[in-house]
Design a protein around this ligand. Structure first.
Ligand SMILES: Nc1ncnc2c1ncn2[C@@H]1O[C@H](COP(=O)(O)OP(=O)(O)O)[C@@H](O)[C@H]1O
Ligand SMILES: [Mg+2]
Length: 216
């Protein structure tokens, strides 16, 4: 398993708001799992915890068998740079870098160059945008750059938090399909939060978060 979440619980506001209440979820390499749930159901909290960005109250998180909870902050950061790709709803590109530099940035952080830069660019249909800056791109193009950046370090796990939430339906459909096909082609596990039951249907498996628990 690339990711194993076991009996995770999380509260905010000193315990007053219980967001996750014993959530267990496993993701195999190459598997695409869609995470659905109402706004406020805890999807982002779950993804942040899986990335080691949010402390857990109780429960275990294992990345390829390694205990994420027991790691130091520096070890979790190193793991994120080298093995985990994250795509957010807000594209979070670096405004002062052009598309090519945005794509290369994440791989450089991980201490490597992109293995097949031209192939990555072609798979994202960004050939004609490389010299442009984020503000000159459409939303769909910006999100394709963000996907490329997440893929650049060749992650084994991709976490995507409503990656089509800021896109119109047609553009969002294309981005969603692209993300699934690229994750599958690279045999990365993909956990993707989405509001859309229609998009979730394209995943290998769907889980629904409600009242802090996973339902089928
Ligand atoms: N840092 C935080 N402090 C306090 N409450 C938070 C924090 N992060 C999330 N929450 C609360 O946890 C709940 C789940 O939020 P979130 O994980 O963002 O849900 P979703 O992504 O499904 O919309 C919400 O009630 C939200 O207000
Ligand atoms: Mg969210």
């Amino acid at each position: 398993m690339v990711l194993d979440l076991s009996d995770l619980s999380k509260s905010f506001a000193g315990g007053a708001v219980r967001v996750l209440d014993g959530v267990s979820l496993s993701l195999a390499a190459g598997e695409v799992v869609a995470l659905t749930g109402e706004s406020g159901s805890g999807k982002s909290t779950l993804l942040h915890m899986a990335a080691g960005l949010e402390p857990v109250d109780s429960g275990a998180i294992r990345f390829e068998g390694r205990d994420l909870v027991a790691m130091t902050e520096a070890e979790r950061a190193a793991l994120r740079r080298s093995a985990i790709g994250i795509v957010f709803q807000q594209f979070n590109l670096i405004p002062s870098l052009n598309v090519a530099a945005n794509l290369r940035f994440q791989a450089r952080l991980a201490g490597r160059e992109i293995a097949d830069f031209d192939g990555l660019v072609a798979s994202l249909s960004l050939q004609d945008q490389l010299a442009k800056y984020p503000e000159d791109l459409s939303g769909g193009q910006q999100q394709r750059v963000a996907i490329g950046r997440a893929l650049a370090a060749a992650p084994r796990l991709l976490l995507a938090d409503e990656p089509t939430g800021n896109l119109d339906e047609t553009t969002g459909d294309g981005v969603f399909e692209l993300l699934l096909s690229l994750a599958r082609a690279r045999n990365a596990g993909l956990l993707i939060a989405t509001h859309s039951e229609r998009l979730a249907a394209a995943a290998d498996r769907r889980v629904h978060l409600s009242h802090g628990r996973i339902t089928g």
